[in-house]
Design a protein around this ligand. Structure first.
Ligand code: FAD
Length: 308
């Protein structure tokens, strides 16, 4: 219930306007967000790669309202990819992209706008020597996002997909995505969803996660195991071993600021460990979703609001 309330807050414009003007301390935002500018993001990624970690960079922003904003986000990604290439780390840092930020819902032509913009970003990623993964948003966008993914993969087959284990449909979606070369990030899912489409019970979400993991690990694609749960990480290691996968045949992914010790520990064990690195000025919705996932973060956030 508290989670659903927080997720609703992440979308309430009035609350967002007030909260982003409050004296938030840098330490709270910095824990999860890698700065507001491209050079700051590149510096964070450079440190990650120096520590033997991989990155996936998200330029914060969703629900783009007009064509100009969609083009500006696209341009930001193209610039970020060029900057990562110039820093010599694009082989270890890719980008994560929300289609809503590049126009997916701009009227009847939204999907075409998003596809055209995503193509530009995929082309820039190819030139930089890296890849793009399409983030997954709420369930009303799943079919549209998977449709755009299919079209993008015709020209850019290494474009990554995201599957959310909390959706009842996800095991079937995983089966459709197990072909050779198919990069698939499996996560639990971060949006407030109705019971008609998503498992309301955490236990059922974890069981679905394990079923999806099995489909992906025994398939021919490249599974990207995005979770902080020690239990699911252990299950993934076990299934990967049974499926005959070595450490280079799949990867773990976690969010910047969440379980950093576990991140370095898994990398130290020889696993490929990729960190999701958000940056940009529009950090509010992203942070509120992190609060919803872990109530302890709410305390951190509130302390940040009053701490000068
Ligand atoms: P949980 O059960 O939530 O967490 C397990 C443990 O991890 C907790 O007990 C706690 O110790 C720790 N933990 C978890 N979250 C936090 C936190 N915020 N702060 C501190 N500790 C924490 N969701 C989408 O809907 N679409 C996406 O495209 C998407 N992309 C993602 C990409 C990556 C790389 C990752 C890691 C997550 C992504 N998510 C996405 C979010 C995901 O769906 C979950 O909401 C999030 O990962 C929490 O679930 P969990 O599996 O880590 O398990």
């Amino acid at each position: 219930m508290a989670n659903q309330f927080l997720i609703m807050l992440s979308r309430a414009k009035g609350v967002r306007d007030i909260a982003t003007r409050l004296p938030m301390t840098r330490s709270v935002v910095d824990r999860f967000v890698a700065g507001e500018t491209t050079p700051q993001m590149v510096e964070v990624c450079r440190r990650l790669t120096d520590d033997g970690l991989l990155g996936t960079v998200d330029y914060l922003g969703e629900d783009t309202a007009d064509l100009g904003q969609a083009a500006a986000v696209t341009w930001e990604y193209v610039g970020a990819l060029a900057a990562l290439a110039e820093a010599g780390i694009a082989d270890r840092v890719e980008v994560s992209l929300k289609l809503s930020a590049i126009g997916q819902f701009l009227g009847r032509d939204g999907e075409k706008v998003a596809l055209d913009n995503a193509r530009q970003i995929c082309q820039a990623a190819r030139e930089a020597g890296t890849t793009v993964t399409l983030d997954m948003e709420d369930h009303t966008t799943t079919d549209s996002t998977l449709g755009i993914l299919r079209e993008l993969r015709a020209d850019f087959p290494d474009t990554g997909a995201v599957i959310q284990a909390y959706l009842r449909r996800s095991e079937a979606d995983c089966r459709d995505l197990t072909h050779a070369g198919s990069r698939v990030r499996l996560c639990k899912g971060a949006y407030a969803e109705p019971e008609s489409v998503a498992y309301p019970d955490e236990r059922d979400v974890e069981l679905s996660y394990v079923r999806c993991l099995k489909v992906l690990m025994y398939g021919e694609g490249y599974p990207m195991v995005a979770t902080h749960s020690p239990r699911l990480i252990a299950v993934a290691q076990d299934i990967a071993q049974r499926a005959g996968r070595g450490n280079d045949d799949f990867e773990f992914q976690m969010l910047r600021g969440v379980r950093p010790n576990a991140q370095t520990k898994l990398a130290g064990l020889g696993h490929r460990m990729r960190i999701y690195v958000p940056y940009g000025t529009d950090w509010y919705g992203y942070l509120v979703r992190r609060m919803a996932e872990k109530p302890a973060n709410l305390g951190l956030f509130v302390r940040g609001l009053v701490d000068r």
